[in-house]
Design a protein. Structure first.
Length: 347
């Protein structure tokens, strides 16, 4: 129904407008008595084999909504009815910021892809925290944290610490975002020394807390093998809990969309189908380097249930969707769960 009836209408609008319309429509739908229950029943597969336990967390199923969709922690109370096993909110920064000028989100339908240069637009960590204080039970929430655009790189650790401190009691895990291509200089924080400083500071802060919350590093798909080895080394040295592989790519290789169209769109991170092979390879590489004890979330190019299974077989414990959800709707969440159960039964 989504692909035949809803998506064609939404795709008549600019992507950001379509996003707001879809969210508003879902919220209105959930105001109808019993509709939330019906949605949950429709998109959630009931099977004990879907349960994933790792790093002290019990995920009811391995399919999550990636960061970027619910930037301000306003959507998860509704989106939890669409079958997700967990939802990652953010990226959030200490201070509110408007992000980059519009238009900043673009569809490439021929490639089932998006290009975005949103720029960490969000309401700031204080508003974000107030919303998480009202979270309903029964959903795992990850908080994706970043730095403000105006914060110099050498002071970035303070921004990550502020978000971490204010959200520690409100989120179930944390994703450290040093890999978005849309904040100038941010990806330089993936270098060994800046990364070590940030992760060590977060771990020192975590030691002060009674409960241990997992810390994950979200990495770029554009790192070479030597850089990925450095990342794996830092993950092991610091003792954080795992990685999310991967963020969006700055590459435009292999696109079906005509080059002049892509050039006209300009800068931004590419997500969707063209990212699939690259992100899956990095999932596999990180699993080989990190071993079995680390939590790895596979993200990038999951447009079909088979794509998710491919990432899980490559070494991911969990998967996240974003662009595939925009193109395929909540049926994608259900189809991944069903294939996961079928594959589990066959083994």
């Amino acid at each position: 129904m989504f692909r035949l009836a809803i998506r064609p209408i939404l795709f008549l609008f600019q992507p950001e407008t379509a996003h707001h319309l879809a969210v508003a429509g879902l919220r209105l739908l959930c105001l109808i008595p019993g509709m939330s229950w019906l949605l949950h029943r429709r998109y959630s597969v009931r099977s004990a084999s879907l349960l994933v336990e790792k790093k002290g967390l019990r995920f009811p199923n391995p399919v999550g909504l990636a960061a970027g969709f619910d930037k301000n922690a306003t959507l998860f109370p509704t989106f939890r009815f669409l079958g997700f096993g967990f939802i990652e909110v953010g990226t959030v920064t200490p201070k509110p910021q408007p992000g980059n000028p519009k238009p900043r989100l673009f569809r490439l339908p021929a490639d089932e892809a998006l290009i975005n240069r949103m720029g960490f637009n969000n309401d700031g960590v204080d508003e974000f925290a107030e919303r998480l204080k009202r979270r309903p039970p029964g959903i795992i929430i990850g908080a994706n944290i970043g730095k403000n655009k105006a914060t110099p790189d050498e002071q970035a650790v303070n921004d990550y610490l502020i978000c971490f401190q204010k959200l520690y009691d409100l989120a179930d895990y944390f994703a450290v975002n040093v890999s978005s291509p849309n904040t100038p200089g941010l990806r330089a924080l993936q270098d060994k020394e800046p990364l070590r400083i940030i992760l060590t500071a977060l771990l020192e802060e975590r030691k002060k807390r009674a409960q241990v919350k997992p810390i994950l590093l979200k990495i770029a798909p554009d790192l070479n093998d030597a850089q990925l080895s450095d990342v794996a080394e830092i993950v092991q040295e610091t003792g954080i809990d795992g990685v999310i592989a991967t963020n969006t790519t700055i590459s435009r290789d292999g696109l079906v969309t005509p080059p002049h169209t892509v050039e006209r769109i300009g800068a931004g991170g590419l997500s969707g189908w063209p990212l699939k092979a690259k992100s899956t390879r990095i999932v596999s590489l990180m699993r080989q380097k990190l071993g079995d004890s680390y939590l790895i979330i596979g993200c990038g190019g999951i447009e079909r249930a088979e794509d998710a299974l491919e990432k899980l077989k490559a070494g991911a414990d969990l998967v996240q969707i974003y662009t595939g959800f925009i193109y395929r709707g909540p049926e994608l969440v259900r189809s991944i769960q069903k294939l996961y159960v079928a594959n589990h039964a066959s083994h």
